[in-house]
Design a protein around this ligand. Structure first.
Ligand SMILES: NC(=O)c1ccc[n+]([C@@H]2O[C@H](COP(=O)([O-])OP(=O)(O)OC[C@H]3O[C@@H](n4cnc5c(N)ncnc54)[C@H](O)[C@@H]3O)[C@@H](O)[C@H]2O)c1
Length: 269
């Protein structure tokens, strides 16, 4: 398919698992893609693998000047901006390990999570929208998470930040819809990036609550992002689409019920 022919896209967190898979997919669909990441070396590695339609760029979602510079540079260099995939987030496991509960979380962990995951998305929209409007519209896609749709025993800041992204998605969709900008969010469940593969115990625990035969892959998110970026999804905006193997689609006790049935208690449940 060539649904993104001649489009210019920025993918933030583009050097990561989901970002790089999405860059690969967008390029396969005909787009030029800016791999915008805090770790420029990794962005360069990804771009070298993906070829000349991939352009590495330093980008810090937590720094307004850096966000503006990357977006303005893209528009100047390519003469347009069609797609912004706000995908960067604090995913460092050492930081996430400190992201606990209101009584325990270090406040700097809360602040950093909000700065990158929420303010970073807003600032990305702030500087990209004027460019996107110049060619009559485009598509903004935000990476949310299942964690923004249900509570958990840990990751208070992360979940709260992703809930904010889900709300912001609706506001941007409403505020710029008539001018041709669509804004949607993707809420991944557990996606088996290289980092997640290092946590097999977590993957095993989550798999009990997924109804598909396998856990998610970065390519699953990339396929959905390509659809939301393309004109094919022209009548979809303001939505958050879960890509989570049905993780949030069922009764919370499903896994326990399946275990009970396996133990022969099926007639009683
Ligand atoms: N993998 C999952 O299971 C999962 C589940 C739900 C949501 N998500 C979301 O998907 C998105 C991508 O995550 P991933 O799994 O690919 O993780 P990842 O760690 O592989 O990728 C994240 C990328 O973001 C970059 N980044 C971090 N802070 C940044 C900043 N301030 N500015 C610019 N870039 C920055 C990192 O360098 C990295 O390349 C994130 O928004 C994450 O919250 C992932």
């Amino acid at each position: 398919m060539n649904r993104l022919k001649d489009k210019v896209a920025i993918i933030t967190g583009g050097a990561g698992g989901i970002g790089s898979a999405t860059a690969e997919r967008f390029i396969a669909e005909g787009a030029t893609v800016i791999i915008a990441d805090l770790f420029e070396d990794r962005a360069k590695e990804v771009a070298a693998r993906l070829g000349p339609q991939a352009v590495p760029m330093f980008f810090d979602a937590g720094d307004d000047d850096s966000v503006k510079a990357a977006i303005d540079e893209t528009a100047k260099r390519f003469g347009r901006l069609d797609i912004l995939f706000n995908n960067a987030a604090v995913t460092d496991v050492r930081v996430q390990a400190m992201d606990t509960t209101p009584t325990d979380i270090p406040l700097d962990v809360w602040d950093k999570t909000m700065e990158v995951n929420v303010r970073g998305v807003m600032i990305g929209c702030r500087f990209a929208i004027p460019h996107i409007l110049k060619q009559g519209g485009g598509s903004i896609i935000n990476t949310a998470s299942d964690s923004g749709l249900a509570g958990d025993n840990v990751r208070l800041a992360y979940g709260t930040s992703k809930a904010a992204v889900i709300a912001m998605t609706k506001y941007v969709a409403v505020q710029y819809g008539r001018q041709g900008i669509r804004c949607n969010a993707i809420a991944p469940g557990v996606i088996m990036t290289a980092q997640m593969k290092k946590l097999p115990v977590l993957a095993e625990a989550i798999f009990r609550h997924v109804v598909t035969p396998r856990l998610g892959l970065p390519e699953d998110i990339a396929a959905l992002a390509a659809f939301l970026a393309a004109d094919e999804s022209a009548y979809i905006t303001g939505q958050t689409i879960c890509c989570d193997g049905g993780h949030l689609a069922h009764q919370p006790q499903l896994a326990d019920m399946i275990d009970l049935e396996a133990k022969g208690a099926g007639d009683h449940v």
